[in-house]
Design a protein around this ligand. Structure first.
Ligand SMILES: C[S@@+](CC[C@H](N)C(=O)[O-])C[C@H]1O[C@@H](n2cnc3c(N)ncnc32)[C@H](O)[C@@H]1O
Length: 273
């Protein structure tokens, strides 16, 4: 079912406001294919009925459309080089700046179904000696309710774990449950998950030493991307660090972050003069 041009504009505006994502008109087919199961599941004959509900502000329609549009593609240890940089370069500097017993706070913004924060948590367990004087807390958020549900359950298919978990770590940090794999309590206890929109302003009381926001902002509308980066900037401690993905950039927020020399994807927040 083709989306009329006027409805496409409505969807575009709705999605930009609610998620930050800004579908280009050449991706109209993607919008159609993602929304078709939604209206069918609701028992509608065509997209028009769903669009009417959405225009009327129906909360369930809104939630279902957002959920269908979000791309929650992820895997364990995605772009392994970034994890190596975080564990070998970034976290040791953060540990060195901390007093004994001080908490190291990490936020993974747009964590999808949990593979990213759990990968980091496993590496932290592997380097237990480095963290022996500190407590590490990983806060992981995503706009997708279903992704966060999977993350909290911590249960992954054989296919999921094959995509990135080295066998040694699979044996050490997962327990087999029929054909699935459950992440260990020890790893799980480092991570707290919550549904959250990166566009919403963050609590000023919580400052993070490290924020990972990878593969989230690349399809954002420019002004919404700026808003998200402003929120991340406000959430970072003075000495904090931002890590973005290899295909991301901070275009439009160069006044807020400067790249760390020789470290792809690593940024330092600019402090007000
Ligand atoms: C492609 S996945 C990347 C997941 C993970 N960071 C990685 O690199 O593997 C992008 C994630 O960003 C989330 N996302 C998109 N817009 C968001 C928003 N406004 N607030 C929070 N999460 C958002 C999506 O739901 C999705 O799970």
């Amino acid at each position: 079912m083709a989306i009329p041009a006027s409805d496409f504009e409505f969807y575009k505006q709705f999605l930009t406001e609610e998620t930050g994502l800004s579908p280009e008109s050449e991706k109209i087919y993607l919008l159609e294919s993602r929304l078709s199961p939604v209206y069918k599941k609701m028992g509608f004959e065509d997209l028009g009925e769903l669009t009417d509900l959405l225009r009327a502000g129906d909360a369930n329609a809104k939630r279902c459309v957002i959920e269908a549009i979000l791309d929650t593609e992820t895997c364990f240890f995605r772009d392994r080089k970034i994890f190596d940089m975080v564990i070998n370069d970034v976290l040791p500097d953060i540990v060195a700046s901390k007093k004994s017993k001080e908490t190291i706070n990490v936020w993974t913004a747009g964590c999808a179904s949990g593979q990213e924060p759990y990968s980091l948590a496993m590496l932290i367990k592997e380097q237990a000696k480095m963290f022996k004087k500190n407590i590490v807390k990983i806060f992981a958020t995503d706009l997708s309710e279903s992704a966060i549900k999977t993350a909290i359950a911590g249960e992954y298919t054989q296919y999921d774990v094959q995509r990135g978990v080295p066998v040694r770590m699979l044996i050490k940090y997962f327990a087999q449950n029929n054909t699935d794999w459950m992440i260990n309590k020890n790893v799980r206890s480092l991570v707290k998950f919550e549904v959250g929109n990166i566009l919403n302003s963050v609590s000023v009381n919580q400052k993070y030493d490290l924020v990972l926001c990878r593969n989230v902002l690349s399809e954002f509308d420019e002004s919404q991307k700026r808003k998200a980066l402003e929120n991340i900037h406000a959430s970072l401690a003075r000495h904090g660090r931002l890590v973005i993905g290899f295909h991301d950039n901070i275009e439009g927020a160069k006044d807020l972050f400067v790249p760390q020399a020789d470290k792809d994807g690593l940024y330092i927040p600019v402090q007000p003069a």
